[in-house]
Design a binder for this molecule. Structure first.
Ligand code: ATP
Length: 391
């Protein structure tokens, strides 16, 4: 096992545009790091540079402390697990797993091959299937064969390139749990590329969010969720995504500070208000679950938030949760910032509707006017010009 260090890594393809732009990440020995971002953000390019399938334009790549920029892939000893598994259809599961050991001619005795393959198969619950051909396995089992092949190599690290994107939603969930458990029990340094923020949040020790080749933030899933560095990370992480409500911060009549929004005034606690006071306009980032129906909020908590009325255009009932939608007119001064954000995130609509999480038992319906309480201590204020999180 080994650490992987990326120092100011740049990749320019022939068109001269940097597909990866000055990315620095320290991946510790045994750590599980996810590279996530929308299509074209450079995550696959970064992975291919680590494994040695792509030249690095500038910067240094270290594996276990050694600079490997100019080393061919086989000398880096990294095991890649691909989306399409790259299994050999004519070989049995046993031989597919044994393949890297057979390639290292003469290095392993027949006995050693058997022992290693059987041990890997045991860990992956493939023991009963060792004589089968890949065609006779489920998608999840094939995935595990591909991982078995990585395990027997005693690689410095595992690199995963969207390994679950071919699977249906249910199997994807199962495999996510399996990969997570396996990585923890093997304690192998792992780098995992995905465009799926749920995978990123559930698998990684740390998650690196990329946009247009630039690292936006690298942090634990919890920190990304609770303290996103900018609008892009805030909007990308979380589902349904964070609401961005334009507003101006000013002193209210009773000495309090208020955020004036298209939905009315929201009273802000001082630590949040301080961040936006100097700005002409801010975007208030409010996650759907920061809202509650005011009638559900106990008296003791009520004072820690602010209440306003809003008409719900419709309500989506999903069994264990419901989401209410509130339409509003956007402020033309932030329209550009939001249009930019939406383009980056492939958002299907400009933000002119607020999504609020409602209690599963709530009887409220589309067309009703709701009294909504918002937990104001958890509001983030963003600069619409730079996207920076001011709070
Ligand atoms: P996806 O999820 O769609 O695979 P990605 O985030 O992995 O996207 P990359 O495949 O790394 O992104 O691509 C990053 C940028 O580099 C894109 O703008 C892409 O068009 C460009 N690019 C990728 N490969 C090449 C290549 N061989 N030649 C020229 N440009 C390339």
């Amino acid at each position: 096992m080994a650490s992987i260090t990326l120092q100011n890594i740049v990749k320019e393809y022939d068109d001269g545009f940097p597909a990866v732009n000055d990315v620095s990440i320290d991946i510790e020995d045994g750590e599980f790091v996810i590279l996530v971002g929308p299509s074209g953000c450079g995550k696959s390019t970064l992975l291919r540079m680590i494994v040695g399938l792509e030249d690095i334009t500038s910067g240094d790549l270290l594996i276990g402390g050694d600079r490997v920029n100019d080393k061919p892939p086989r000398e880096r000893n990294l095991a890649m697990v691909f989306q399409n598994y790259a299994l050999y259809p004519h070989l049995s599961v046993f031989e597919n797993i044994a393949f890297p050991m057979r390639l290292a001619k003469g290095k392993f005795t027949q006995e050693q091959v058997k022992e290693k393959v059987e041990r890997a198969a045991g860990m992956l619950e493939l023991t009963e299937h060792l004589q089968r051909k890949p065609a006779n396995l489920s998608g999840g089992q094939r995935q595990r064969v591909a991982m078995g092949r990585a395990i027997v190599r005693d690689a410095n690290a595992f690199l995963f390139d969207e390994p679950l994107s071919n699977l249906d939603a249910k199997l994807r969930g199962q495999m996510r749990a399996e990969i997570s458990q396996l990585q923890r029990s093997l304690n192998t340094t792992s780098v995992y590329v995905t465009h799926d923020q749920t995978e990123a949040m559930t698998l990684g020790d740390r998650v690196a969010v990329l946009k247009k080749g630039v690292l936006q933030q690298i942090a634990s899933p919890r920190e990304l969720y609770e303290q996103p560095a900018n609008l892009f990370v805030a909007g990308f992480i979380g589902s349904p995504s964070m609401n961005f409500l334009p507003g101006t911060v000013s002193e209210g009549s009773t000495g309090s500070t208020v955020l004036s929004t298209p939905l009315g005034d929201i009273e802000l606690p001082e630590q949040v208000a301080a961040a936006g006071r100097e700005k002409e306009i801010v975007l208030a980032g409010i996650r759907p679950e920061f809202f509650e129906e005011a009638s559900q909020v106990e008296e003791s908590r009520r004072g820690r938030g602010s209440v306003f009325s809003a008409e719900l255009s419709h309500v989506e009932w999903l069994g264990n949760e419901q989401y209410g939608y509130v339409r509003y007119q956007n402020d033309p001064r932030v329209a550009d910032a939001l249009a930019n954000l939406a383009a980056d995130m492939d958002a299907d609509e400009l933000r002119t509707q607020l999504v609020v999480a409602l209690d599963a038992m709530s009887r409220i319906r589309g067309g009703d006017t709701a009294e909504l309480w918002v937990d104001t201590r958890r509001i983030h204020l963003f600069d619409p010009a730079t996207g920076e999180n001011l709070t």
